[in-house]
Design a protein around this ligand. Structure first.
Ligand code: F58
Length: 832
């Protein structure tokens, strides 16, 4: 009998009684080594509650591991540099079906579960949609009982905390591990060596091997991920970097040379210190490459270890079985080094030849692309790669050489295209490795994240490869977990949905939401729906007051744009629209103003620390808000609020309270978007362009329930040309809004560079590359249609209901089911 077989079931019915839970919470409060047993404030209550919930998780997690171990199914490993997990408590008790029991147990101590859950710090190990997608995927993998795991890095400080000061955004280290994370289990038994630098040694028989350099250790921390209404709990394995006692030079230390004595320890600490170390310097670039390699090497060593462990009779002769047991999904190009690392491990450690190793690698790895922005396509300096990973650079060169030879020998017609398709760009001024090309050449499947985006990949970005590998390219439209993004964050609306559908099965079968369509005109449903929305708006208004001091009116139209701040996402167009609205309100008579639909415009999001124009946009939103909100003539009709420190738990308050949300990127530039799905699911109407998943959302919810405007993706290139050729005639409203800002109406800060980026080629911007000027008039017109629609309460609520009803497609359960069947070839493996 193994140790795990002897464990008493924490998930037994008796253990789920409120009194048993209360006892368990007390136990953890008393015996927790973290706090004095005398104090039991909200914070202690949170940690004790979380540790108690963890007992339930651990049982399932152990059972799942054992079950996978025994049945040995093919398993997916999701490699991602980012996971935006947010808070875990509400989600964990919700997925385990013990929310009520925990709420009752906490009442015995005088606490509300919601308030205790609010004590938790967000795990913000991600930046934006890509990281949150990874977290939604884990939830769906566990829920669908799929044998699958996530691998990532355990950053000491996650994405920065954003503070708004006089000068605009300030970044502060986000200390999510300040106390400790109750959800992670440190695995002292799971440690792998990771080498950096060094050289390649060639043995007398010609075998090549990487040696020398410095070697650190990767230590695993496991975060159990419970599925919804299932016994399965999977792992998010996060790696931390360590140096050993042997690396600590006691002699130097005793000689007073403290820093050099612990040099390797300090380098180990740097690896997982922060997500996105600034990469303006060579050191920063090197550190980021180290992080990527660290993730890939540790994860692949672990995957190979498990492959061997699950069938102890597996010998190196059976490597052809590897792809039938292992699928590796690379979340964008950040884990591309998994390709040369798998090749290296197979050839240099396991003794396979090139062809065999290549076959295994190709059948194992697949790549998801999340962007077509040229500046976001990763390229690494060949010199840096050679210095840090000399053996990998050799392997990459060989991949490049063989790809080139293959094209030359089989596709004469493509000769002129080879240079741009190659993995290496040998431009003598700046020789680089093109990571996306490496992924396309080495992976068995490449997918985009929405129909439109996947078509752009096939027709533009990767068009040349399509004729070589027509079957390699797929679409997997993104999705979001309906548990976190409706069931748990919006309990009022969830209850209504359950009541009208007469089932709560929609939580794991989101297509059932279409059943709401037939009630879209029902007055009773309208009344309940409106009441739920108002309750969420009040909660949101309280949050705004708490964090900004601005009072907003829950009866005004709540208009929200929350996402990373980026010029292509066009928060600038939003704020120019608000500026235009403000100016018109000022010009109106008091009597006319009373006919206006009152609106609260909310913008939230973080600007990358070195992205100057994005920071200027943050500043502008705040400056406009400071003037508008204090202008007694108009502030009954318009408020503009910047929501600081946007993160997952803030989104959980904002999205349920939203009525209109803006997804207004330049067409063709937003790969998918996922917050658009969250908003629509929560009965929020979208104003948006035909971009990313907006296209599919509009199809699903109906075009009457979506405010469309702007240029189409296939017009964009032509419009940019026109602009360059001086053929663009700006709408007077666009000129008026910009001029108003230039006039100093919103303070003395110099917005010239930002506004000039919207003009022709000025040297500051790229000549309105993002086509704000072109789309502005149709945006303003669409906003006017919104104002009219909102006046008709019945019509608006119907639109809201139909948005929720049309959201079924956007469950990440659907997305993951498609990945499982069409890319990974894995099937459900439920714990009996
Ligand atoms: C996002 N990418 C896409 N990248 O922008 C969004 O359209 C899509 O819905 C989402 O992925 C999920 O597919 C994204 O979030 C990043 O955060 C990059 C990480 C590396 C540095 C540059 C930003």
């Amino acid at each position: 009998m193994s140790a795990a077989d002897k464990v008493k079931p924490a998930a037994s019915p008796a253990a789920q009684e409120p009194s048993a839970i209360a006892g368990n919470i007390s136990y953890h409060a008393q015996y927790s080594p973290h706090f004095s047993p005398l104090a039991f404030g909200p914070e202690q209550a949170f940690y004790a509650t979380a540790e108690s919930v963890r007992d339930h998780l651990l049982q399932r997690w152990n059972d799942t591991y054992l079950h996978f171990h025994k049945t040995d199914p093919k398993q997916t490993y999701y490699l991602s540099m980012e996971y935006l997990q947010g808070r875990a408590l509400t989600n964990a008790v919700g997925n385990l079906g013990i929310t009520g029991a925990y709420a009752d147990a906490l009442k015995k101590f005088g606490y509300e579960l919601e308030a205790i859950a609010g004590q938790e710090r967000d795990a913000a190990l991600g930046n934006g949609g890509l990281g949150r997608l990874a977290s939604c995927f884990l939830d769906s993998m566990a829920t669908l009982n799929l044998p699958s795991w996530g691998y990532g890095l355990r950053y000491r400080y996650g994405l920065f905390k954003q503070r708004i000061a006089q000068e605009g955004q300030e970044e502060i280290a986000e200390d999510w591990l300040d106390k400790f994370s109750p959800w992670e289990i440190v695995r002292h038994d799971v440690v792998y060596p990771i080498r950096f630098f060094g050289h390649v040694e060639i043995s007398p028989d010609g075998k090549r091997k990487w040696a020398g350099g410095e070697v650190l250790s990767a230590l695993a921390y496991d975060v159990p991920i419970p599925g919804y209404k299932t016994k399965n709990a999977i792992s998010l394995r996060l790696w931390d970097a360590k140096a050993t006692a042997e690396d600590f030079n006691l002699f130097q230390f005793n000689d007073g040379q403290y820093e050099s004595a612990a040099q390797l320890h300090s380098r180990a600490q740097q690896i997982c210190a922060v997500l996105y170390p600034g990469d303006a310097t060579e050191e920063g670039k090197l550190l980021r490459l180290k992080q990527q390699y660290f993730l890939c090497s540790a994860s692949l060593q672990d995957i190979i270890f498990r492959f061997k462990e699950r069938k102890s009779d597996r010998v190196s002769g059976k490597w052809s079985e590897f792809p039938s047991k292992v699928a590796v999904q690379m979340n964008d190009t950040h884990p591309t080094l998994a390709i040369p690392e798998l090749m290296r491990l197979l050839m240099d450690v396991e003794g396979l030849g090139w062809d065999e190793a290549w076959d295994v690698t190709n059948k194992t790895v697949a790549y998801t692309n999340h962007t077509v922005l040229p500046e976001a396509l990763e390229k690494w300096s060949q010199a840096v790669m050679r210095k840090l990973l000399p053996r990998h650079m050799e392997i990459i060169e060989e991949i490049d050489k063989r790809f080139r030879e293959m094209v030359i020998s089989t596709r004469k017609d493509m000769e002129g295209k080879i240079e741009s398709m190659r993995v290496l760009d040998n431009n003598p001024e700046k020789p680089v490795v093109r990571m996306a090309n490496l992924c396309v050449v080495a992976g068995h499947t490449v997918n985009g994240v929405a129909e439109l985006h996947s078509n752009i990949l096939k027709e533009e970005l990767f068009a040349d490869y399509l004729s070589i590998w027509p079957k390699k390219f797929q679409n997997k439209t993104n999705g979001i977990t309906p548990r976190r993004w409706l069931r748990f964050c919006n309990p009022e609306l969830s209850e209504i949905v359950t009541k009208w559908l007469k089932t709560d099965q929609w939580t794991s079968n989101l297509d059932l939401l279409t059943g709401l369509r037939k009630f879209a005109d029902d007055e009773k449903l309208h009344a309940e729906w409106a009441a739920a929305k108002l309750a969420s708006k009040k909660r949101l208004a309280k949050h705004v007051l708490d964090v900004t001091g601005v009072t907003i009116d829950p009866n005004s139209l709540f208009d929200i744009q929350i996402k990373r701040i980026h010029e292509y996402k066009r928060q600038l167009m939003n704020i120019l629209g608000a500026v235009y609205r403000y100016k018109k309100l000022k010009e109106m008579s008091a009597a006319d103003r009373q006919k206006v639909t009152p609106r609260t415009v909310m913008v939230g999001g973080k600007a990358f620390a070195t992205y100057t124009n994005a920071k200027r946009i943050v500043k502008l939103v705040n400056d406009v808000g400071a003037v508008v909100n204090n202008d007694a003539d108009v502030n009954k009709y318009l408020k503009v609020v910047f929501i600081p420190n946007y993160n997952v738990s803030v989104a959980e308050v904002l999205i349920p309270g939203s009525e209109l949300s803006q997804h207004i990127s330049t067409a063709g530039m937003e790969a998918s978007g996922t917050s658009n799905m969250k908003f629509s699911l929560n009965g929020c109407v979208i104003i948006g362009t035909l971009d990313g998943a907006n296209v599919e959302i509009r199809e699903e919810v109906g075009q009457d329930n979506f405010f469309l405007f702007g240029a189409k993706a296939d017009q964009v290139a032509g419009l940019r040309k026109d602009r360059e050729n001086g053929l663009f005639k700006p709408d007077p409203r666009f000129e008026e809004a910009k001029q108003f800002i230039r006039s100093g109406a919103f303070g003395t800060y110099d917005y010239t560079p930002l506004l000039d980026s919207l003009e022709g080629n000025t040297g500051f911007g790229r000549g309105d590359y993002f086509l704000v000027g072109y789309d502005f008039p149709s945006y303003i017109d669409a906003q006017a249609r919104v104002d009219e629609a909102y006046k008709d309460k019945k019509k608006w609520i119907k639109m809201s209901i139909l948005n929720t009803a049309g959201s079924g497609k956007f469950s990440s359960d659907r997305t993951i089911d498609q990945y499982a069947k069409e890319i990974w070839g894995i099937s459900a493996c439920p714990v009996p």
